[in-house]
Design a binder for this molecule. Structure first.
Ligand code: GLN
Length: 281
């Protein structure tokens, strides 16, 4: 990869190299090259013949190799768009996924615009869900917990950068840090992949703690569904993101734990992705 110098050649070589790991090799190559040269992507199209200096070649080549090794673009660039916010992401946090915006949309549907509700986000990671809800509903108070100090560090930094003031971040296991408080809504994108799921191999660069949850992937959801019952205000809502084949199992878990009005929402791909339920009066 070090034997090219022109922008156009660098791009084609990297695109070929990235084909084995990426579904968007050309786009990835362009984004990585723009970053290595510290230019806008459009600069690459305007100056295909320009020769790169050795520093640029070096930076580009090492980022392409990381991508070839399966590292998500977001970890290489250090950021990811979510809900029109540019969030910092590091390997301490899951990379926010587009389908998680469905969780945010559903949560917002249950929070009137000027409502002053208490909302709890469990396993906040980069803070994506908490910050999106907080930004859309500035009168609400959001508490976001995570067991990972590394993730909370990133989440707090994201709150600072996006200038969202109404989120409080607390370290701890699920509801543990807020066990004596009451909430109108609990949202969570918990780990939900079965520990034997081969899909986990493709996600090797992301924190397994944020992905895998026991033999059926439902350990975290089982625990939250049970523990959250005791911290709800009357007619509170709980919303989970989950895997596409887990909706029925989660409905059964919620019902057994005493939740009612259980419903499911599909993601953009038409797959059951978010389950909502209400606490009893
Ligand atoms: N949707 C993610 C994936 O399968 C999993 C996220 C999660 O476990 N919360 O890629």
């Amino acid at each position: 990869m070090n034997d090219f110098l022109r922008i156009s050649d660098a791009l084609s070589a990297a695109t070929d190299r990235l084909r084995q790991t990426s579904e968007s090799p050309r786009l990835d190559a362009e984004l990585l090259l723009a970053r290595a040269l510290d230019v806008q992507r459009s600069y690459l199209f305007a100056h295909p013949e320009e020769e790169m200096d050795s520093g640029g070649v070096e930076r580009f080549s090492s980022s392409v190799e990381r991508r070839v090794d399966g590292m998500p673009m977001a970890y290489i660039t250090g950021e990811k768009e979510f809900w029109s916010m540019t969030l910092i992401v590091t390997p301490a946090t899951l990379v926010p996924r587009p389908e998680t915006e469905v969780l945010v949309e559903q949560a917002l549907m249950h929070i009137p615009r000027r409502a002053e509700m208490q909302v709890l986000d469990l396993g906040t990671g980069s803070g994506a869900v908490a910050l999106a809800i907080a930004r859309e509903r500035p009168a609400c108070e959001i508490v976001a917990t995570d067991i990972s100090e590394g993730a909370l560090f990133v989440a707090r930094e994201n709150a600072r950068q996006t200038m969202v003031p109404n989120v409080e971040f607390l370290l701890g296991n699920w509801i543990e840090p807020v066990a004596d408080r009451k909430f109108d809504m609990v949202v969570s994108n918990p780990p939900y992949v079965a520990s034997s799921d081969p899909h986990l191999d493709k996600l090797q660069h992301e924190p397994q703690l944020a992905l895998a949850a026991g033999s059926d992937g439902l350990d975290a959801i089982r625990q939250i569904a049970t523990d959250a019952v005791g911290i709800m205000n009357p007619d509170g809502k709980i919303l989970f993101e989950h895997g596409e084949s887990q909706a029925d199992a989660i409905a059964a878990i919620l019902e057994a734990a005493g939740w009612s009005d259980i419903s499911n929402t599909k993601d953009l791909a038409g797959l059951p992705r978010v389950t909502t339920a209400s606490s009893k009066q």
